[in-house]
Design a protein around this ligand. Structure first.
Ligand SMILES: [Zn+2]
Length: 201
């Protein structure tokens, strides 16, 4: 069997052993009680940025939405198909998570594609999706700095959803902007008073 597939099947066996063996397993308890995650994470599809792995979570801990460049689109209630907005609605209104983490990261391919403006051979959806990223700053900026600007835009877009705005105002929901640095594996969190990203404790 192909090596990559062998690796994940081995992983699946370890997962079953650790989380799904016996009636008192985490999976069986989650089956009986249903999911009740307290945290929703919006992360990029990037293979290096898996929230559950980075944060060492158990099944059931995180409600995760992943899309190219971890973008929160603005609230647009129309007849098109809004996968990220539907997931936000499910997590925030029905599961009632208390924290929403927008997790950006360094070396983001979606951000780099937006900044390079290079035409890609294959582009049925990508350019239209990343057009949601904020306008380019007047001064040149690195892709990582721009990824942080984009977190600010996603944060602002969150507040265009009436039910997110209401929960934030009632202090039932806190929105966090986190930035994951790939080479060091470090997370930086946006600090409103300092208006800067500081290491996550
Ligand atoms: Zn990315």
């Amino acid at each position: 069997m192909e090596k990559n597939l062998q690796k994940i099947i081995k992983g699946y066996q370890i997962f079953r052993e650790k989380y799904a063996s016996g009636d008192s397993s985490i999976m069986y308890n989650l089956y009986r009680e249903g999911q009740q995650p307290a945290i929703l994470v919006i992360a990029c599809c990037d293979a290096r940025v898996d929230p559950a792995l980075i944060l060492q979570c158990d099944p059931g801990d995180l409600f995760v939405v992943r899309n190219v460049a971890n973008i929160v689109p603005p609230y647009e209630k129309d007849k098109t198909h809004h996968g990220t907005s539907a997931a936000l609605e499910f997590g925030i209104c029905l599961l009632q998570v208390q924290h929403l983490i927008i997790l950006g990261h360094s070396q983001c391919g979606g951000i780099k594609a937006f900044l390079s403006k290079k035409e890609s051979k294959q582009d049925d959806f990508i350019t239209n999706w990343i057009a949601l990223l904020p306008a380019l700053p007047s001064l040149p900026c690195s892709s990582d700095a721009y990824a942080k600007l984009s977190l600010n835009q996603s944060y602002a877009n969150c507040l265009t959803f009436p039910w997110i705005q209401e929960k934030v105002l009632k202090q039932q929901l806190t929105i966090h902007r986190w930035f994951f640095d790939i080479p060091t594996g470090s997370i930086y969190t946006y600090h409103a008073v300092q208006d800067a990203y500081v290491p996550l404790a």
